[in-house]
Design a binder for this molecule. Structure first.
Ligand SMILES: Nc1nc2c(c(=O)[nH]1)N[C@H]1C(S)=C(S)[C@@H](COP(=O)(O)O)O[C@H]1N2
Ligand SMILES: [Mo]
Length: 392
């Protein structure tokens, strides 16, 4: 791959370039379908747990109808190391951990690294969704089976054969910053559905979708630090592409979701919208960090800040059961917007003339990194979003 091609591909990782993704990655081993249920408008802060509200992404060519169907009473997780089985966990064991008070719930924004358009009427067309996942922190189980803490990584595997890995040090993290990876069996207070990877999937707060293994059935603790996984070795083929060592480490190791924004209103490129006052809305997210600001420039003018959804408005809109989960999440002690969770935003543009207008939208994270009109590091930062629309 020439460096020019690679740069184009990297752009695709940050935001759009679906055609390129299609050519290079869809053939044979990728099956991306999504349903559009939400009308254009402000995004709800929480994506309802219903399957059609989430994007569906199989990294293994699995269609929705072929998704593994695993009864929770038949589910088990084998934990092994290079020498053999360390332990086997069933759903009852997870319930026992929960009865002992070890369960944990937190907000997580899930996003596929091969994202759709950053502009779309729906969260689903941008392959990003946000919810409260609940389960048992992975470190409890690893400690209880005596997994060697000095191992390099854990190879992770789902019942459909999709694989990935998580660095051992990250798997053992116990604190609240970052939050611990979860063996998750709930989404928005409901049992994790089949399409979302139920009965049990891995959830890793700051990492791209492909690290969050659905229908989890095996963990292999290993000293082998080689790049491992379906996305890591096939979709991001290190043989065929000119990945730098830093890129490869990012893909395999930290896998932190890029700073990026999606626009839900206007609902498509070149949408016709009623004027003269036009509301722009969307969401931004910053890997494991907090989004600090989102700014919008109209017709090449100065960037002005958009308004974030207010924490009290978001929490007050939750039904009591979800509100309780949100209040008990370790994130509730954090400053708003929460690290690693998207923030929805809007801005009213007043008194626009009829005809065509353009917008540039950029988010900045708490470390001072901003989206810009060009970036060489799209694994970490997406380009700013550019949208045009017509006022009628
Ligand atoms: N077992 C398994 N887990 C998987 C996948 C898969 O194909 N099989 N796809 C991964 C990818 S690439 C993404 S983006 C997320 C999507 O999660 P979702 O379908 O719940 O939105 O699941 C990840 N976990
Ligand atoms: Mo993905």
């Amino acid at each position: 791959m020439t460096s020019g091609t690679r740069r184009d591909f990297l752009k695709g990782l940050g935001q759009g370039a679906i055609a390129l993704v299609g050519v290079r990655f869809l053939s044979g081993c990728e099956d991306l379908t999504f349903e559009s249920k939400l009308p254009g408008g402000a995004l709800p802060f929480i994506t309802p747990a219903e399957d059609g509200s989430w994007y569906w992404q199989s990294g293994n060519g699995t269609s929705k109808s072929d998704a593994p169907r695993i009864n929770k009473d038949d589910w088990s997780l084998e934990i092994r190391d290079d020498g053999g089985t360390l332990g086997t966990l069933d759903f009852g064991d997870l319930q026992t951990y929960a009865e002992q008070g070890h369960d944990l719930s937190y907000w997580k924004t899930m996003r596929c690294v091969f994202s759709g358009s950053p502009v779309g009427s729906t969260t689903t067309s941008s392959w990003v969704a946000n919810g409260i996942f609940g389960g048992i922190p992975l470190y409890h189980v690893l400690q209880d089976v005596g997994a060697p803490s000095d191992a390099a990584k854990i190879r992770t595997s789902g019942a459909d054969g999709f694989q990935s890995n998580i660095p051992m040090a990250r798997a053992l993290e116990e604190g609240t910053s970052p939050l611990p990876p979860l063996l998750a069996y709930q989404l928005n207070g409901e049992p994790l559905s089949r399409l979302r990877g139920g009965p049990v999937r891995l959830v890793i707060p700051e990492m791209w979708g492909y690290k969050n293994i659905k229908w989890l059935d095996r963990l292999t603790v290993t000293d082998d630090d080689a790049i491992f996984g379906t996305y890591e070795t096939v979709q991001f083929d290190p043989e065929k592409t000119a990945w730098s060592e830093a890129d490869q480490r990012q893909i395999d190791h930290s896998a932190e979701i890029a700073l990026a924004s999606v626009v839900s209103q206007p609902s498509s490129i070149d949408a016709e919208v009623a004027g003269p006052d036009v509301t722009v809305a969307g969401a931004s997210f910053a890997g494991g960090q907090r989004v600090d600001s989102v700014e919008i420039s109209l017709d090449g003018g100065p960037f002005e800040e958009a308004d974030f959804a207010e924490r009290d408005d978001v929490l007050d809109a939750l039904d009591p059961h979800l509100r309780d989960l949100a209040d008990r999440s370790p994130q509730s002690d954090q400053e708003w917007p929460y690290p690693g969770v998207w923030i929805t935003w809007h801005k009213v543009l007043s008194q626009l003339s009829t005809g065509r207008h353009t917008l540039a939208i950029r988010a900045s994270d708490a470390s001072g990194v901003s989206q810009s009109s060009s970036t060489d590091q799209s694994l970490e930062v997406a380009e700013q979003v550019e949208v045009s629309f017509k006022v009628i």
